[in-house]
Design a binder for this molecule. Structure first.
Ligand code: MG
Length: 278
């Protein structure tokens, strides 16, 4: 049973996805801080208020996470293409809630960057508060999974050795379309890929993760409390545009698809940002 955060008739709602329909859940306005594992399981559906997916605006599936923790260099092939050493501890950086966009929103190309790149990623959503979560108990804290395109402005990422400025642009990062519960997906070797036009730009699977999901949850929760609705982006495989020959960056009018088999697919248009200062 996948779930979505959406807007319909001016109201923020959470719905269970049933084919082409969304069946709203009472009381919940979005997936996030209030949607613990127990709260989501106990939520009552309102079948009489069901709406078609095509009639709503899908929000980022977690619209306002307290934390978005991202992992860099977490697939062997991607580390290889960057020419770096294999990490012995996860490379972590963050994005902000303002970085997120919904499944049908446009990815904005800011005029300041000429190197806007894609990264297909599996995203983990937390459903139970925890600090210093042991590896063995990490999956008990997972609410579900979704898909992210970790859009990256490479020219800003590499201005300094901190990646933040290349990773946390407003309105850049699609997250969704749905939250998929752990018992409904097999992530032992789920394909992760990016498609632009007819061309497959990234194709790998989750068996190639250097740091697996429990390791990431244990590592992050060692230093900060993970809360319901927090999101962990698990890293991208090889094939990013910056490392291709010739390099490939997103352009106005592109349509870029990232997908994780069994979890979901995001297709977003790319559009030059109209700038208003201040
Ligand atoms: Mg990434």
């Amino acid at each position: 049973m996948p779930y979505a955060s959406y807007v319909h008739a001016g109201q923020n709602r959470v719905g269970r996805v049933d084919g082409e329909w969304l069946i709203p859940l009472s009381w919940l306005t979005e997936l996030g801080r209030d949607t613990t594992i127990e709260a989501l399981a106990a939520a009552q559906e309102i079948p009489g208020d069901a709406v078609r997916v095509s009639d709503v605006h899908l929000r980022p599936v977690i619209p306002q996470p307290d934390k978005i923790v991202c992992v860099g260099l977490n697939y062997h092939a991607h580390v290889g293409e960057t020419g770096r050493e294999l990490p012995t501890y996860p490379v972590l950086f963050t994005k902000f809630a303002s970085s997120l966009i919904g499944p049908s929103d446009d990815i904005l190309l800011p005029p300041e960057s000429t190197q806007v790149d894609y990264e297909a990623e599996l995203a983990v959503v937390i459903g139970r508060t925890g600090r210093r979560i042991p590896y063995e108990k990490a999956y008990d804290h997972v609410l579900g999974y979704t898909v992210a395109n970790d859009i990256t402005m490479r020219d800003y990422q590499y201005k300094t050795h901190q990646w933040l400025a290349g990773k946390a642009w407003d309105h850049s990062t699609p997250l969704g379309p749905y939250l998929v519960l752990p018992n409904e997906v097999d992530l032992s070797a789920a394909e992760v890929r990016t498609v632009l036009g007819e061309e497959v730009l990234q194709s790998s699977d989750t068996s190639h993760l250097i740091f697996d999901i429990p390791t990431l949850i244990a590592a992050v929760s060692e230093f900060t409390t993970l809360l319901p609705g927090d999101v962990i982006l698990t890293g991208t495989p090889g094939g990013v545009g910056f490392r291709r020959e010739p390099q490939l960056f997103l352009r106005d009018g592109d349509e870029i698809t990232v997908e994780v088999a069994g979890v979901g697919r995001l297709t977003n248009r790319v559009r030059a940002e109209t700038v208003t200062a201040g």
